[in-house]
Ligand binder design. Structure first.
Ligand code: SF4
Ligand code: SF4
Length: 133
């Protein structure tokens, strides 16, 4: 991973901070957000690493990651963060930015008809939220 001044001061980092209202540089990588995340075993990039990637402007890696789309906005990470960084809000923002660029992995249409009645309501609400931001 190449770190450069150009990437760190990129529009991407500014946009994430502007849209989320969060200061990503407040994160000092303690990892408590990842330790408390119930979905971490399914993620390819841990939540605290997503924050680090934003700090260094590494948009492409975030773009390719499953993590942003797996996050269920359960807010566990926010509750654990000693610096008050709202990781869930940042995940919401990242989805929003990606969708504006035509990337949408929420894929509501891929839920099979027979699954609609079986899925827990909470799972559907979360999926709809990802589609409607
Ligand atoms: S909001 Fe997302 S990243 Fe945070 S703990 Fe929940 S699933 Fe994990
Ligand atoms: S808990 Fe907060 S400070 Fe710690 S790694 Fe996560 S976002 Fe950063």
């Amino acid at each position: 991973m190449k770190i450069s001044r150009k990437k760190i001061t990129s529009e991407f980092v500014k946009k994430v901070q502007e849209l989320s209202g969060e200061n990503v540089y407040a994160c000092y990588q303690c990892g408590k957000c990842s330790a408390g995340c119930p979905l971490v075993e399914h993620m390819d990039i841990l939540p605290h690493t997503i924050i680090r990637l934003i700090q260094i402007g590494s948009k492409d890696e975030i773009l390719e990651s499953k993590t942003v789309w797996l996050c269920s906005t359960c807010l566990q990470c926010m509750a654990k963060c000693p610096k008050g960084v709202d990781v869930a809000k940042i995940m919401d923002t990242l989805r929003e930015i990606l969708k504006r660029e035509g990337v949408d992995k929420a894929e509501l249409k891929k839920i099979a008809d027979k699954m609609w009645k079986k899925l827990p309501q909470q799972a559907l609400v979360v999926r709809f939220r990802k589609c409607s931001q």
